[in-house]
Design a protein around this ligand. Structure first.
Ligand SMILES: NC(=O)c1ccc[n+]([C@@H]2O[C@H](COP(=O)([O-])OP(=O)(O)OC[C@H]3O[C@@H](n4cnc5c(N)ncnc54)[C@H](O)[C@@H]3O)[C@@H](O)[C@H]2O)c1
Ligand SMILES: O=C(O)C(=O)C[C@]1(C(=O)O)C=C[C@@H](O)C=C1
Length: 306
């Protein structure tokens, strides 16, 4: 595959940046990959693993001569980094990020960048509950969406080039309006994470109270909750602090529906429960029939004549 950028600077060397480095290497997509992270320990681990061509001590040094700069740290750390690197960015460079929330990043980073660079915020919809430089792998983005949120004046060539990079790493790329991104992700990722965190907390409390073995004997569904609830606390603290409005909106709706189900259980309203579960099952089957969950068994076919 053809080289897309001559020098890529990765700032923050955790799960996402190390996965990008592995994937770029695999595809020959970058001439040189330069990385940096805040802590000496992370930089040392990254050097030892060797997924960057060079690991340097500061963000300022990392961005020297880079034609692509990727901000890959928790959202709350992006503004000070943008302030630091702003004056050192090369003319014509593209600056992107991988943060899970987009409006807050646009507002925190954009004002600190010079006019001679293109800022194209992005978000790969791929991750695991693991973090840090050892957790990355080249296949992370394969067949997963990456959403870019360029503004209406964005340089279309720069957007196309960044799109090719993500495609070269295996991703399917779509563009979206910034606030729409934050609302969609509040539904599909942020609120579900909060629910998982809460449910695992509740189960743990229960274990303490009853001395039962709630977690030890948990069925598959709950085990998935515990995986999600093991995700990085700094990252998720920053997601909720920075996508407040959309998350609160979705949580409000969630709570209303939960109360309705709670009432149906209390009053023995089986019709309500049955209708609700029938409706949600139809949604799941619709997703599979539309071919949007390639990992899932083909429930849509069950009961159909072949
Ligand atoms: N983990 C996921 O599932 C996932 C998926 C998509 C996007 N994201 C987003 O990607 C970003 C990075 O997430 P991750 O999972 O790779 O996190 P991570 O915890 O694995 O890595 C974050 C890295 O940033 C470094 N860092 C922290 N503060 C820094 C600073 N001030 N300057 C330089 N480096 C700094 C840390 O040392 C670490 O190397 C976050 O903004 C997150 O919202 C995460
Ligand atoms: O599989 C997981 O661990 C994830 O939760 C990854 C996940 C998601 O919600 O899908 C988490 C946060 C991101 O911003 C993108 C992806």
């Amino acid at each position: 595959m053809a080289r897309i950028y001559e020098r890529v600077a990765l700032i923050g060397l955790g799960l996402i940046a190390s996965s990008m480095a592995h994937a770029m290497r695999r595809g020959g997509l970058a001439g040189e990959i330069v990385g940096t992270a805040r802590s000496v320990e992370t930089r040392e681990i990254a050097s030892e693993i060797g997924f960057c061509d060079r690991v340097v001590d500061s963000a300022t040094e990392a961005v020297q001569g880079a034609d692509l700069v990727v901000l890959a740290m928790p959202i709350g750390a992006m503004e000070p980094v943008a302030l630091e690197i702003g004056p050192h960015l090369a003319k014509g460079a593209t600056i992107t990020d991988v943060g899970s929330v987009k409006r807050a990043v646009v507002e925190a980073v954009g004002p600190h960048l010079p006019d001679h660079v293109d800022f194209i915020p992005g978000h790969p919809l791929a991750g695991t509950e693991h973090s840090g430089p050892r957790s990355g792998f080249a296949e992370l983005f394969e067949n997963r969406f990456t959403i870019l949120v360029p503004d209406e004046n964005a340089n279309t060539e720069a957007v196309a080039r960044l799109t090719r990079l993500w495609e070269g790493m295996g991703a399917k790329v779509e563009t979206m309006e910034v606030d729409h991104h934050d609302l969609v992700l509040a539904v599909t990722s942020h609120t579900p994470h909060l629910i998982a965190y809460t449910m695992v907390g509740v189960a743990d409390d229960l274990r303490r109270v009853t001395d039962s073995e709630v977690i030890k004997y948990s069925a598959a569904g709950f085990r998935d909750f515990t995986r999600i609830a093991a995700s990085d606390p700094t990252m998720w603290r920053d997601v909720f602090l920075n996508n407040k409005e959309a998350t609160l909106e979705i949580l409000g709706r969630f709570t209303e529906e939960l109360f309705a189900l709670q009432r149906a259980i209390r009053t023995g309203d089986g019709d309500h429960l049955f209708d609700y579960f029938t409706h949600t099952r139809a949604i799941r089957r619709g997703i599979i029939e539309a071919g949007q969950d390639t990992d899932a068994p083909d429930f849509g076919r069950i009961g159909k004549k072949s």
